[in-house]
Design a binder for this molecule. Structure first.
Ligand SMILES: [Zn+2]
Length: 376
């Protein structure tokens, strides 16, 4: 199967060039709509399935592609938005050199989207699309900014699916699939104190900065590499001058964790924070942004199937991995559907100008997805 896909690489690369050279920043609705339209038309042409644009007021329209009409729903997830601004593709257009393709969003994740399209295309061409299945391929517009408007869509489809495959890039240097991802939470912590002249009335002041510094110590102490919990206060602000006791300070906090129970425990911890200095006041906003994608027994079985296909048919040894980085796989998996992530293109330097994909792996990984869809 992968040699057949290899024969189609010219078409693949032409489409990859076209899509990479079309900017699609998360917050640009007209560009997003254009991109959604492009992928929708391509899906229908390549697979004979149906693509429906789901209207979005703020960001580009989401795209829901569907193929087949069997009972068993399989969910594919990808996003067409990139972190790059309008004009990036003109400054830094798609190029190919030394067996790699470069350009904005090529790795995260326009090559992955095309791999999914071609996997379905091959199944249709060879008349091997399984009769008992239907594939729903969601291509969303706002993943890079936390999926504010596509989360609900992902969860709705995940609840009706018996397996989910995410076309995000794998883990390098081995191209390993991801069977788990940590969850993430984000909080803003604000501290109010009492301002006073640092020379004249020092004793009358309550320093918001001192209070915040104590809170930062306590927060960072929650980090535990054994359980996988990490805390990072990534931003602090406060105060107006060295001779003024600060009556205000604030911090932004990122927390990652392995399990839903741990997420709840930490959320509880944050919501009951108490000041240590008399006269200081704390307030906390925020919460869990993406629940953990936990490795279940069913996920392990799905990975075992992927490994077997890779070894028996594609001559590649597939490894398993996980990450502290989040994706829409977190939302899908937390609905209980076994989720394999990292099925996209191999490469490197996501979110950086050096971003690339390696071309020789594309037919193999496309074939892997096609065979997974056939046999899962
Ligand atoms: Zn991505």
């Amino acid at each position: 199967m992968h040699s057949y896909i290899r024969e189609q690489m010219n078409d693949f690369l032409q489409l990859l060039e076209e899509s990479v050279n079309m900017d699609s920043p998360s917050r640009d609705k007209p560009q997003g709509d254009r991109m959604a339209n492009w992928y929708g038309q391509l899906f229908e042409r390549l697979t004979g399935g149906k693509a429906v644009r789901i209207h979005n007021d703020t960001y580009g329209d989401q795209l829901r592609c569907e193929l087949g009409n069997g009972e068993k729903q399989i969910l594919l997830i990808g996003h067409y938005d990139t972190v790059w601004p309008l004009g990036e593709a003109e400054r830094r257009p798609f190029t190919i050199a030394d067996g790699k393709a470069f350009g904005p969003g090529v790795y995260d994740m326009k090559a992955g989207l095309l791999q999914a399209m071609f996997a379905l295309h091959v199944l249709r061409e060879w008349d091997r699309f399984p009769k008992d299945k239907r594939v729903v391929f969601l291509i969303n517009s706002d993943e890079e900014i936390g999926s504010p408007t596509s989360r609900r869509l992902v969860e709705e489809e995940a609840r009706q699916s018996s397996a989910c495959f995410v076309l995000e890039p794998p883990t390098e240097p081995n191209g390993a699939l991801k069977t788990w991802r940590k969850g993430s939470a984000h909080y803003s912590l604000t501290v109010n104190g009492v301002s006073a002249h640092a020379g004249v009335d020092h004793h009358k002041g309550v320093s918001a900065i001192e209070e915040l510094s104590r809170q930062v110590q306590a927060l960072h102490a929650l980090t535990d590499y054994e359980t996988g919990t990490t805390v990072n206060v990534g931003v602090i602000r406060g105060g107006i001058g060295a001779n003024v006791i600060a009556d205000y300070a604030e911090a932004e906090v990122d927390i990652r964790m392995m399990t839903t129970e741990e997420a709840k425990r930490l959320d509880q911890w944050m919501s009951t924070l108490q000041p240590t200095l008399p006269g200081a006041r704390l307030s906390v906003t925020g919460g869990i942004r993406r629940p953990p994608m936990q490795r279940t027994e069913q996920t392990a079985q799905l990975f075992a199937l992927a490994r077997k296909i890779s070894a028996d048919e594609l001559g590649m040894e597939l490894e398993e991995s996980g990450t502290g980085g989040v994706s829409d796989g977190n939302f899908a998996a937390s609905c209980g559907v076994p989720t394999l992530d990292g099925l996209g293109a191999r490469g490197g330097f996501a979110h950086s100008p050096g971003e690339f994909v390696t071309l020789e792996d594309i037919p193999l990984r496309t074939a892997l997805l096609a065979r997974l869809l056939e046999t899962c």
